[in-house]
Design a protein around this ligand. Sequence first.
Ligand SMILES: O=C(O)CCC(=O)C(=O)O
Length: 258
Amino acid sequence: MNYYFSEKEKSQYAEEGFILREAQFSSGELDSYRKIVEATVRSADLASKHGKVYFLDKKKFVDVDSLTLQYEPKPNDNCLRVIEPAHSLNSQLELIIKDRRLTDPIKSILSVNKISLWTDKLNLKRPEVGSGFGWHQDSPYWVHNSTDVDSLPNVYLCLDDSSKSNGCFSVIAGSHTKGCLPGTADGTQLGGFYTDQETFDLKNTVDLEAAAGSVIFFNPHLVHGSSSNTSKKERRAYIITYQPENRAMLKSGLVNNI
Ligand SMILES: O=C(O)CCC(=O)C(=O)O
């Protein structure tokens, strides 16, 4: 059994910059992954007590060695929003990172037989407090640390059922074809990382309302984002980014061949 992309998926990925595969993981697997995720959150809370706190555009971040924790804006600034790289807190996440349902399609995208890890993020969009992510590409964040930013495909694993009300993942189909796009120049510290809306067409928005266990593969240049979680339901996601083998990870500089 393998999970490589079909020819049709390869051309759809090339054209639109993403592929959604539904029902990839069973409810038993998802239950165990959610337990691993919540254990990782508890470890992050403990680790944060020894970290360096700083604020960007009034948003709280804590760095602990090569780990970065990002919090919700005030008054929910005790609530974790993003943990990166998450596997550094919990080696059980490596089970997911190495799963062929995720790695085979990545090998199809990269046209290689062996891959390594670039980074992994847990995005915890908690009920009623989880904030949105503005339209952005990932590539501008990485261009200063990677000489081959085109070769950093992402996998987004839905850990909960997601809809517009709990802030599902949204993409701008076809927005990946022009490389790194200009950021906004709104004078804020992080503004340059949000994509200038003149450079893409909101008409091409696809809201990926997808059940838990769905997986979205997407190009590092694809413009994407999501709205806040106004519902009473969890919306957790695990985003893993891979690269060809023998390359160093984003934060630690270590090599993690899969
Ligand atoms: O989790 C989401 O909805 C979006 C996350 C995202 O855009 C990112 O981590 O780059």
